[in-house]
Design a protein around this ligand. Structure first.
Ligand code: ADP
Length: 143
């Protein structure tokens, strides 16, 4: 067991449907602690950085457009093994394949955008978490 901090983004589908509080409550119910929280409008530049691993995919322009439909909410969340446990709480990328009881299974898109409109981003490992926390939070904003 180790105490970690992960980066979560509440994507525009969560924000516009008023699901930020509902989903955040699930994280807090697990015992995870909020260490940083802010609303951000994401630029092309930060999205190119954040999604560099999918920048060459044909669906990347759609993902960028989706992530700019509304502001997002960035969350620095701390807890024991929080990085992998949040990924388990979220479920797989495709909301249609996510089990009931997972966040994506319960709230993600079940139509043709099910692979894209999936409520939250969460860091997929310790190295990603470190880089992503630095990308979305300035010094002094994680307390
Ligand atoms: P995850 O967010 O589950 O770690 P990825 O890092 O593979 O997934 O992809 C980043 C984001 O890009 C996904 O969360 C989703 O919003 C979008 N995405 C991934 N694959 C597709 C796809 N095939 N079609 C549309 N959007 C996708």
């Amino acid at each position: 067991m180790s105490t970690e901090t992960t980066l979560i983004l509440f994507k525009p589908d969560a924000v516009t449907q008023g699901l930020v509080g509902t989903v955040l409550a699930r994280y807090e119910k697990e015992g995870f602690k909020v260490r940083g929280l802010k609303v951000m409008a994401l630029s092309d530049e930060i999205l190119a950085d954040h999604y560099s691993h999918i920048a060459d995919k044909p669906f990347f322009p759609s993902v960028r457009g989706f992530m700019q439909e509304s502001p997002v909410v960035a969350l620095a969340l701390e807890g024991e093994n929080v990085i992998s446990r949040v990924r388990d709480l979220l479920g797989p990328t495709d909301s249609k394949e996510a089990a009931a009881g997972t966040i994506r299974g319960d709230f993600g898109d079940k139509g043709e955008d099910s692979k894209m409109r999936n409520i939250c981003h969460a860091s997929d490992g310790p190295e990603a978490a470190e880089a992503e926390l630095k990308r979305f939070f300035n010094e002094g904003e994680i307390i």
